[in-house]
Design a protein around this ligand. Structure first.
Ligand SMILES: [Zn+2]
Ligand SMILES: [Zn+2]
Length: 138
């Protein structure tokens, strides 16, 4: 994997100024293998309650394998309604997904939305604040 050095903007302003807030690597050294600042775009087919909804993509921690990407979607504190609230990017299907997410409020789509990984980009990039190429969340 390409190595990305820890930059000043990766430090916690309230913490140590010379290490990455996330992976604790020292300034100038490469970010750790599972640092959340190093991401790759991953595409998912989304179903809700068995209905096909659309295609959605998200910047995932580049160090995650397919199982870890899916475990994050179905078995973590991440909420499955998040894609209705601006998490990731919909290629299509966003209005339908939002409709489901709205209808189930104050509940959420955890346990109802199913994410199937269809493709992960092979190249990775740095998503921290110290570069003009960082990802812009919609
Ligand atoms: Zn890091
Ligand atoms: Zn939820």
């Amino acid at each position: 994997m390409t190595e990305f050095p820890v930059l000043p903007g990766d430090a916690d302003p309230a913490g140590k100024p010379d290490e990455c807030f996330y992976c604790k690597q020292t300034m100038g050294e490469a970010h750790g293998p599972k640092c959340v600042l190093i991401v790759r775009l991953v595409y998912y087919v989304v179903h809700v309650d068995g209905d096909f909804i659309g295609l959605w993509s998200r910047d995932e921690t580049a160090g995650w394998n397919m199982e870890e990407c899916l475990a994050h979607k179905h078995g973590s504190t991440w909420c499955a309604s998040n894609p209705a609230e601006g998490d990731g990017l919909w290629l299509y299907g966003k209005p339908a997904f939002k409709k489901f997410a709205e209808a189930i409020k104050p509940g959420c789509l955890c346990g109802l939305a199913k994410f199937t990984l269809v493709r992960a980009q092979s190249w990775v990039r740095y998503s921290g604040s110290d570069t003009p190429t960082r990802s812009e969340s919609p």
